[in-house]
Design a protein around this ligand. Sequence first.
Ligand code: F3S
Length: 63
Amino acid sequence: MKVTVDEDRCRGHGMCLTLCPEVFQMTDDGYAIADPAEVPGGLEESAKDAIANCPEQAILEIS
Ligand code: F3S
């Protein structure tokens, strides 16, 4: 499973960092990035929670 954050949609709400801090990081600009883009094994559910709870629908599953 791979995820990416659409930088045009992200408004820095931060739910993704709370729900899956192993994958989502906040940049100095206050927006999220997915690093690593490949979700480590066992964290898929957390990553899906982050996708479902982003108010801007900014997180996309890319594979
Ligand atoms: Fe951005 Fe959504 Fe996370 S707005 S900071 S990707 S919860």
